[in-house]
Design a protein around this ligand. Structure first.
Ligand SMILES: C[S@@+](CC[C@H](N)C(=O)[O-])C[C@H]1O[C@@H](n2cnc3c(N)ncnc32)[C@H](O)[C@@H]1O
Length: 214
C-alpha cells in the first residue's frame, strides 16, 4: 500500500486516501442523497422527505468500484440497519477502504471483484440497490483538465467505449431493483437508452442517474 496518505472530507466524514484510490469528488455525494431519498430520509433541513420506496432497516446495498470506500461507508453510517457490501478490482484500493471503514466504525463486507461478478457468484447477497461511480473518462476527451486528475490512478478514471464500457457491463449484469450511477452529463442520454429494456430512469441530478428495474 502507498503510504502517501492525505485526509479528505466526504459527506462530513474524514477519510484517508493515497495514490491507490480516487480522491472522492463532491459531485459523488449526490449518490448518497439518492439512496437516502429512496429510503425517505431527510436530505436538507426543512425539506419534507420523499415517501419511502425502500425500508432502510431491511436493506441490502452494493457499492461497485468502492475506491476509498466513501459511498459505502457514508451509507452505512447514515443507514445503520442496512447491510452494505462493496467491491473493487484493486486489492490496494480495498485495503484503503477497509482502513477507512474501521476508523469510522462502519462494518462493510469488502470483496475483490470485477464489477459485481464475485457477489453474484456467491449468491447469498442480493442487493436492493447498486450504487457505482465507475471509471467513465474517455482517454480522447481533450476538454478534461489533466491537472485535476494527476493524483488519481488511471485504473480509477478511464474506460473503453467512450468511457462507457464498465457502466454498460454493470447494467447488463445488475440484478437490483434500483441502480444509481455516476457519469459525465454528456453520457447520460446514451446510458439511459442502453439501459431502457431493463431499467427506467427515475431521476437525474447533477452527474447522477437513478434507475428502477422495469
Ligand atoms: C471513479 S473510481 C470511484 C471510487 C469511489 N467509488 C468514489 O466514488 O470515489 C472507480 C473505482 O472503480 C474501480 N474499478 C475499476 N475497474 C473495475 C472493475 N472492472 N470492477 C470493479 N471495480 C473497478 C477502480 O479501482 C476505482 O476504485
Amino acid at each position: 500500500m502507498k503510504e502517501d496518505f492525505k485526509k479528505v472530507n466526504f459527506y462530513g466524514y474524514d477519510l484517508i486516501v493515497n495514490g491507490d484510490v480516487l480522491t472522492p469528488r463532491p459531485e459523488t455525494e449526490q449518490i448518497v442523497d439518492e439512496v437516502l431519498k429512496l429510503c425517505g430520509e431527510p436530505i436538507l433541513p426543512g425539506v419534507k422527505p420523499d415517501k419511502p420506496k425502500l425500508d432502510s432497516k431491511n436493506l441490502k446495498i452494493l457499492d461497485v468500484g468502492t475506491g476509498s470506500g466513501c459511498i459505502a461507508i457514508t451509507l452505512k453510517k447514515k443507514l445503520r440497519g442496512a447491510e452494505v457490501y462493496a467491491t473493487d478490482i484493486s486489492k490496494k484500493a480495498l485495503e484503503v477502504a477497509q482502513k477507512n471503514a474501521e476508523a469510522l466504525d462502519a462494518p462493510i463486507t469488502f470483496i475483490i471483484s470485477h464489477l459485481c461478478q464475485n457477489v453474484n457468484n456467491e449468491g447469498d447477497f442480493t442487493p436492493d440497490v447498486i450504487v457505482a461511480n465507475l471509471p467513465y473518462v474517455d482517454r480522447n476527451w481533450d476538454w478534461v483538465d489533466q491537472e485535476s486528475l494527476k493524483d488519481d490512478p488511471d485504473s480509477a478514471l478511464y474506460a473503453e467505449d467512450g468511457g462507457l464500457a464498465l457502466i454498460k457491463e454493470l447494467i447488463d449484469t445488475a440484478t437490483s431493483k434500483y441502480l444509481i450511477l455516476e457519469a459525465d452529463e454528456s453520457q447520460h442520454a446514451e446510458i439511459t437508452d442502453y439501459a431502457k429494456n431493463k431499467y427506467t430512469l427515475l431521476n437525474k441530478s447533477g452527474f447522477v442517474l437513478t434507475f428502477t428495474k422495469n
